[in-house]
Ligand binder design. Structure first.
Ligand SMILES: [Zn+2]
Length: 236
């Protein structure tokens, strides 16, 4: 019986390995991009639904919600509404923390719509004053995760106060309490040349994890637009 000398030579094996790794190198990055594209589409859908809920709230209360979390059901009596179910929509699939660390922008921890204790754990340099602590009391405590930043938060907008003159500040401070909140700052921006492109909700995770643009839900017309992290410089 003739015995076949089987197997590959070392050279053949190396060539096969080289070809496989070349192909894998071409296919894998495009696969991860395709997955991220899917996650972006999911995030856009989340933002659209959040926009609808904000508008429904506005129609009912003639104001914007204090926090996104109050748009959801709550275990606390008298807190939370039924516009957005249980808040699963607040998790962006690109956010590997699943909303536990808020929106991830370390410059502005005070607009994370997660419990204040979680914000302080994730952003240890943030020491909220009494004003911000009180503002966090308006949240819905049943909602503990949120990947998005809420640009209309009732916390103090320190960057606005430090970068605008007294006239701008007194104009923006519509309730006259001597403090400009994020909501007051954004409404001021919307009437000072930023048109419909002032964001009300933002997702930074596509930028942080995949170097993609930031996804924004626009104030008033609720279209979703992309921008750099500093949206003022890319849309103004
Ligand atoms: Zn997202």
């Amino acid at each position: 019986m003739k015995i076949k000398k089987g197997g590959f030579t070392l050279i053949e094996l190396l060539v096969v390995i080289a070809i496989i790794s070349m192909l894998a190198g071409q296919i894998l990055p495009s696969l991860s991009t395709a997955r991220e594209k899917g996650r972006q589409a999911n995030c856009v859908n989340n933002l659209h639904q959040i926009g609808l809920a904000i508008e429904m709230y506005y129609q009912d209360y003639e104001d914007y919600p204090t926090w996104l979390s109050i748009l959801c059901k709550s275990n606390t009596p008298g807190v939370g509404l039924n516009y957005l179910g249980t808040g699963k929509i607040f998790i962006c699939l690109t956010d590997l923390n699943k909303g536990n660390k808020g929106h991830g922008n370390t410059s502005f921890p005070e607009i994370c719509d997660i419990p204040l204790s979680k914000v302080q754990n994730s952003y240890p340099f943030y020491s909220p004053d009494t004003f911000d602590q009180n503002a966090y009391n308006y949240r819905n405590p049943s909602i503990e995760v949120c990947s998005y930043s809420y640009e209309f938060a009732p916390t103090r907008c320190k960057w606005f106060e430090s970068s605008h003159n007294d006239t701008d500040i007194s104009q923006a401070d519509t309730n006259g309490d001597g403090k400009v909140t994020w909501k007051e700052a954004k409404i001021w921006q919307s009437s000072h040349g930023y048109g419909g492109q002032v964001p009300i909700v933002r997702c930074f995770w596509h930028y942080y994890n995949h170097k993609q643009k930031v996804l924004n839900l626009a104030f008033r017309d609720y279209n979703v637009f992309i921008s750099e992290p500093e949206w003022e410089s890319s849309s103004y």
